[in-house]
Design a protein around this ligand. Structure first.
Ligand code: AHM
Ligand code: MG
Length: 337
C-alpha cells in the first residue's frame, strides 16, 4: 500500500490565511511568497558555503576567475531583488545599507508595503558553520501610493507591523512568521523544495529554564543584569533554578531555541555598546512581534519594544525577550537598581 502524507506548504498556508480576510487582495500573500523564494535561494548558498569559495572577502576571485560575493552581501541582494520582483513592495531598509532603497518602477511605486530586514544575522557565525538567520518586518507605507517610499515609512513603531518573521539556516532551514494572528513555523523539505508547516500556532512557555546572554561582557553589564544572572544561577527547586545557560551568538538561533523551549534572551547596554547592540528596526521589532504573538514579550528594560518610535534607521536598543515570567523577572531586577 502506498502511504500518503498530508502536508501543508507555506504557499497553501498563506493563501488559506488570506481567505480569512474578506477584503485582502493578495498583496501581502505575494510578498510573503517571495520571502519564501528568497529564503530558498539563500539556503542553497548557505549549504554550499563550505564547498565553494563564497566565504572569502568581497572582491576575492574564485578558481573560475569570478568575483566572489560574501554570503551576507549575497543574502542582501537576493532579498532585495525578490522584493522588487514581487511588485508589492515599494522600498527596503536593510542592516547592510546606510539609507533606504526605493523601488521606482511602475508596479512597485504603487505597492502598499515596505520591508525592513537583517539579511544575514549572526555575522560572527557565518564562517564557522553555525546557525545564522534572516529577519524581516513588513509595514504598510505612510507615504502615498504612486510616489517614492520615504524614510518615514520605515520609522514606524513595531506595533504597526503587518507581518514579521525570520528564517533560520540551521541543521534544517525553517521559516517562522506572524501576521498578528499567532505564529507558525515551516521547515524546508529540500527534496521537494517546499517549506512545509511543521509548527502550527507556536506558543512559548510562560516560564523557561534557559538564559542566553554573552557573559563575556559581564563586567560591563548594568547592576540589575548582573543580579539577574546571579539569580539564574542560584539553587531553588521551586522555580527550577539554576537555569541553563545557552548562547550561540546568532540572535535568530538563540531566540528560536528559547521560543520553543522557554527561556530569555538578553543583550543589554554595555560599556562598548552604551545603547545596546541590536537594531530596533531590523532585529528587535520583528523578534518582539513574534515573541508577543507567541505569548512572550520584549522590552528595553524600561519600555515595551513595540511601542518605541524609531529615531533613525540604525538605532540600537537594549533588548530583553522571551518567556513572559522571565522577562518580568529581569525587569524587576532592573527596576530595583
Ligand atoms: P550582526 O547583525 O552583525 O550579525 O550582529 C547581531 C548579532 C546577533 O545575532 C547576536 O545576538 C549578537 O550580535 C551577538 O553579539 P556578541 O557577539 O557581541 O555576543
Ligand atoms: Mg544582525
Amino acid at each position: 500500500m502506498i502511504k500518503s502524507y498530508k502536508i501543508t506548504t507555506l504557499n497553501e498556508y498563506i493563501i488559506r490565511r488570506q481567505a480569512e480576510y474578506p477584503y485582502a487582495k493578495g498583496e501581502l500573500t505575494r510578498l510573503l511568497y517571495n520571502v519564501g523564494v528568497a529564503a530558498k535561494i539563500v539556503t542553497k548558498k548557505v549549504n554550499k558555503a563550505g564547498l565553494v569559495d563564497i566565504l572569502g572577502n568581497m572582491g576575492n576571485v574564485n578558481v573560475q576567475g569570478e568575483d566572489v560575493m560574501k554570503l551576507d552581501v549575497f543574502a542582501n541582494e537576493t532579498f532585495i531583488s525578490s522584493m522588487r520582483a514581487s511588485g508589492e513592495c515599494c522600498g527596503i531598509a536593510s542592516e547592510e545599507n546606510q539609507g533606504i532603497i526605493t523601488f521606482d518602477d511602475g508596479l512597485s511605486r504603487d505597492a502598499n508595503y515596505i520591508m525592513s530586514m537583517d539579511p544575514l544575522d549572526g555575522s560572527s557565525n557565518i564562517d564557522v558553520n553555525v546557525s545564522i538567520g534572516t529577519i524581516f518586518s513588513i509595514y504598510r507605507r505612510l507615504s502615498s501610493r504612486g510616489s517614492k517610499a520615504e524614510e518615514k515609512d520605515f520609522l514606524q513603531p513595531g506595533r504597526k507591523q503587518v507581518a514579521a518573521g525570520y528564517i533560520i539556516y540551521g541543521s534544517s532551514t525553517m521559516l517562522v512568521y506572524t501576521t498578528g494572528n499567532g505564529v507558525a513555523g515551516f521547515t524546508l523539505d529540500p527534496s521537494i523544495g517546499e517549506f512545509c508547516l511543521s509548527n502550527p500556532d507556536i506558543k512559548t512557555p510562560a516560564a523557561g529554564k534557559i538564559y542566553s546572554i554573552n557573559e563575556g561582557n559581564y563586567i560591563h553589564f548594568p547592576q540589575g543584569v548582573k543580579n539577574y544572572i546571579k539569580y539564574c544561577q542560584e539553587i531553588d527547586s521551586q522555580s527550577k533554578r539554576p537555569y541553563t545557560s545557552r548562547y550561540i551568538g546568532s540572535l535568530v538561533a538563540d531566540f528560536h531555541r528559547n521560543l520553543l523551549k522557554g527561556g530569555i534572551f538578553i543583550y543589554p547596554q554595555t560599556r562598548k555598546s552604551p545603547t545596546g547592540k541590536l537594531r530596533l528596526i531590523y532585529e528587535c521589532n520583528p523578534i518582539g512581534f513574534i515573541a508577543e504573538q507567541a505569548g512572550g514579550m520584549a522590552t528595553t528594560g524600561e519600555q515595551n519594544v513595540l511601542d518605541l518610535v524609531p529615531g533613525d534607521l540604525h538605532q540600537r536598543i537594549p533588548f530583553y525577550t522571551g518567556s513572559k515570567n522571565m522577562v518580568e523577572k529581569v525587569k524587576e531586577f532592573l527596576e530595583k537598581e
